[in-house]
Design a protein around this ligand. Structure first.
Ligand SMILES: [Zn+2]
Ligand SMILES: [Zn+2]
Length: 290
């Protein structure tokens, strides 16, 4: 533990939108010098962080894949806690303390503000009433590069650098027309770790990315239905073994135990809350729960 060059990902929640067992999505990405980022901040995130002994004031920045409650409904708590309270030597934002950084695709950022504005636009004097914006609470990071639009206004990838983080947010197919992105996180030596957010399976993209990827975290559902919006297991199991062996299935439903043997036999690993992964090797280091 503690090697400055370690890049780790701790899963606080590993379940899907309606989970009652595995926790909604929130993970702690720790970069060099213990710089901590959250990947998504679902409706259970404030309690998940508390249970893990991690204060909002220990978080350097927030990454957001897309705006659904199981990914972003903890952010009001994050914004207000940092704005109003001084803790652990970190000043409240309203007293000049550092704002957490915010990294997300511009189209996702627009929807994020739509979902938070009804709370966050009300700010105390001497600020003007209703003058709050995302930047009142977070230091929003602008993309340093973007791929041109493909077939709708938001449909392009954007790349960001902030602190020790270098990440590409790439459009995915989730709910039709809705901005939603996967994260390709640089982990050194030309390698990347990949996080699907919520996405259907793009086999060609995964196969192309595999040689330089240490680990893929892919959302997974065992439920088949027309108009699939998640990573269908039926599609995931058709991926080549070289890709499957690097995939950690996440965002699964509570019936995981019914499918676990099949997933294990095909070479997949399964995300559980409390697990920590080394993103430079792709290996699971430890599990805090149980
Ligand atoms: Zn979700
Ligand atoms: Zn979603």
């Amino acid at each position: 533990m503690g090697e400055a060059s370690n890049i780790t990902l701790q899963l606080l929640g590993a379940g899907g939108a309606f989970t009652r067992i595995f926790g909604t999505t929130c993970s702690v990405l720790t970069l060099a010098n213990d710089e901590r980022w959250l990947i998504d901040c679902g409706r259970q995130a404030p309690d998940q962080l508390h249970a893990a002994g991690i204060e909002w004031h220990a978080i350097f920045g927030q990454l957001v894949t897309h705006v659904h409650g199981d990914h972003t409904f903890g952010m009001e708590d994050f914004a207000f806690s940092r704005f109003f309270f001084t803790r652990d030597g970190v000043d409240a934002v309203r007293e000049g303390g550092p704002r957490p950084k915010l990294v997300c695709h511009s189209a996702v950022q627009e929807e994020l503000w739509e979902s938070l504005a009804s709370s966050l636009r009300y700010v105390p004097p001497p600020l003007a009433p209703k003058s709050g914006t995302l930047d009142t609470y977070f230091e929003t990071i602008a993309a340093h590069a973007s791929e041109p639009p493909i077939d709708n206004p938001w449909h392009h990838a954007e790349s960001f650098r902030a602190g020790q983080l270098s990440v590409h947010t790439t459009e995915t197919e989730h709910v039709p027309g809705k901005p939603s992105t996967a994260l390709t996180i640089e982990v050194g030596d030309g390698k990347v770790a990949w996080w699907s957010g919520d996405s259907t399976v793009d086999a060609a993209a995964l196969v192309a990315l595999e040689p330089r990827t240490t680990v893929f975290f892919h959302d997974c559902t065992f439920v088949e239905y027309p108009g699939q919006v998640h990573g269908s297991f039926a599609a995931l199991e058709k991926l080549p073994l070289s890709v499957r062996k690097k995939i950690v299935l996440m965002h699964h439903e509570d019936d995981l135990a019914d499918h676990r043997d099949r997933a294990d036999a095909l070479g997949f690993r399964v995300a559980l809350p409390g697990q920590t992964y080394d993103l430079q090797t792709g290996q699971c280091l430890a599990t805090l729960a149980d």
